[in-house]
Design a protein around this ligand. Structure first.
Ligand code: UD1
Ligand code: CA
Length: 460
């Protein structure tokens, strides 16, 4: 059966107090609306239509997926009015499923369970039992237990306000029925709005059955109206991701101090200490350990790697991910930027920054170094304080250091430059000419010792 999803996302989101349209605020690093669209897109034979209003252009510009259909609701006159804008897009004989751009955690299972209840004569409604139902539309059932209607908070009488079963807003029915009944809805209610919820009583009056199902967890139906709610949902989302990963074999020092803002893939026996943030696509090979307070973006990290405390790894999709081979050790306090590629057994120590730098097997840069635009062979030792001077203020240049070279401490390597196999650079040198293989290059002022030198003893 073809499924036409209608995602309502036209509301202003005033209470977010934001220039950014509400549905673009991120949850787990991804816009709220993307979560809903991604879940919807997992359905078979699906077409997704998004109803936008406030910030329509900004929202549309964020999505490049050409399968999406957009419709505009210029004035927000209620949820039924929003759905009405999407009616011309519905395919013949499809089932229409209503979702919400600001209810991001709805699960595929919940949706498919609901879809299973629908047929040509049955509407399916997702409801929930809440201890504190204030604000929600209430599900009114008859003595036979059948759903009769939904009554909005502002239209409910004292007795109806006591009902704990609420309307989540999510529903599904044949698109033919939806097309027929939406025009029957009027705005004679406390808010002068066209309520989608009125469709229940209309369906009933046409002898349509109403079936209900419930979500597996209440976070699935939680909407975001305020930044506090968004932060609450973020914790719920992160907790879900953390527990999913732990079920697959990841060890987390504390699932409450873990943030995944993208996609994290982990091998067996990976350990992640507290307060780490993962962004974009990150993979961690078997036996790898991540120390506390690390931020890791777009990185492919091998087996038995040790990333020590306070390391920042900043791969980039457009400028190059960071690739780290097996048994590498990094940090503490290292910064690996875009295009860094470390072969097996490399060591990067504290206060080392790398950018578009490749280091071959077993090479080391253990302290206080900048390696940018550098192609470094295997078994190379980079002394403390070494700088690749890769930028002349206008252009960037490459430094190439061959296998087995030894760069003494505090060397300035002025690119473009090559240092040959097994060459040595003396400490404190400024090297601007190629160093042939096996040579020693020293380029520093000669030392003078001044005998009997007295330091000034007072200010003159
Ligand atoms: C709605 C339901 C209520 C349910 C609640 C669940 C109606 C009349 N009421 O109430 O029964 O318990 O959701 O959260 O449907 N929107 C538009 N265009 C509009 C109006 C709304 O796109 O003209 C979108 C909003 O952006 C929002 C969603 O629809 O994402 C819900 O609208 P909202 O006004 O928040 O509905 P509620 O009053 O919360
Ligand atoms: Ca609402």
């Amino acid at each position: 059966m073809a499924i036409d999803v209608i995602v309502l996302a036209a509301g202003q989101g005033t209470r977010m107090q934001s220039e950014l349209p509400k549905v673009l605020h991120p949850l787990g690093g991804k816009p709220l609306l993307s979560h809903v669209i991604d879940t919807a897109n997992k359905l078979a034979d699906v077409q997704v239509t998004v109803v936008v209003g406030h910030g329509a252009e900004t929202i549309k510009a964020k999505f490049s997926d050409t399968r999406l259909t957009w419709v505009e609701q210029k004035e927000q006159r209620g949820t039924a009015h929003a759905v009405a804008q999407a009616l011309p897009k519905l395919r013949a004989n499809s089932q229409a499923l209503i979702l919400y751009g600001d209810v991001p955690m709805i699960k595929l299972d919940t949706v498919t369970e609901l879809l299973d209840l629908v047929d040509d004569n049955t509407l399916a409604l997702l409801t929930a039992e809440l201890g504190a139902p204030t604000g929600y539309g209430r599900i009114v059932r008859g003595n036979d237990g059948e759903v009769r209607a939904i009554v909005e908070q502002k239209d409910a009488n004292a007795e109806q306000l006591q009902i704990n079963e609420i309307n989540t807003g999510v529903m599904c029915l044949s698109s033919e029925a939806l097309k027929k009944w939406i025009p029957e809805i009027n705005s004679n209610n406390a808010q002068n709005e066209f309520y989608l919820t009125d469709i229940i009583a209309i369906a009933k009056s046409h002898d349509h059955g109403i079936k209900t199902s419930q979500p597996g967890c209440l976070h699935e139906i939680e909407g975001v109206n305020t930044r506090s709610q968004l932060a609450g949902l973020e914790r719920a989302y992160q907790s879900q991701v953390a527990h999913q990963l732990m079920d697959q074999g990841l060890s987390l020092a504390d699932p409450q101090r873990f943030d995944c803002r993208g996609e994290l893939l982990t091998g067996t026996d990976v350990f992640i200490d507290v307060n780490c943030v993962f962004e974009g696509k990150v993979s961690l090979g078997c036996g790898t350990r991540i120390g506390p307070n690390c931020v890791i973006s777009h990185a492919d990290i091998g087996n038995d790697v040790v990333i020590k405390a306070n390391t920042v790894i900043e791969g980039s999709l457009s400028k190059g991910v960071v690739t780290i081979g097996n048994r590498v050790q990094v940090g503490p306090f290292a910064r690996l930027r875009e295009g860094t590629v470390l072969a097996e057994d490399v060591r990067i120590g504290n206060f080392v920054e790398t950018k578009k730098a490749q280091l071959g097997q077993g090479s080391k840069a253990n302290h206080l170094t900048y390696l940018g635009d550098a192609d470094i062979g295997s078994g190379v030792n980079i002394g403390a304080g070494t700088i690749t001077c890769n930028y002349d203020g206008v252009n960037k240049f490459q430094t190439k250091i061959d296998d087995g070279a030894f760069i003494g401490s505090n060397a300035s390597l002025v690119a473009p430059l090559t240092v040959g196999v097994d060459a040595t650079v003396g400490a404190g040198s400024t090297i601007s000419k190629a160093v042939p293989a096996h040579n020693l290059a020293v380029a520093r002022g000669n030392q003078r010792n001044i005998k009997g030198w007295k330091r000034p003893s007072e200010k003159t």
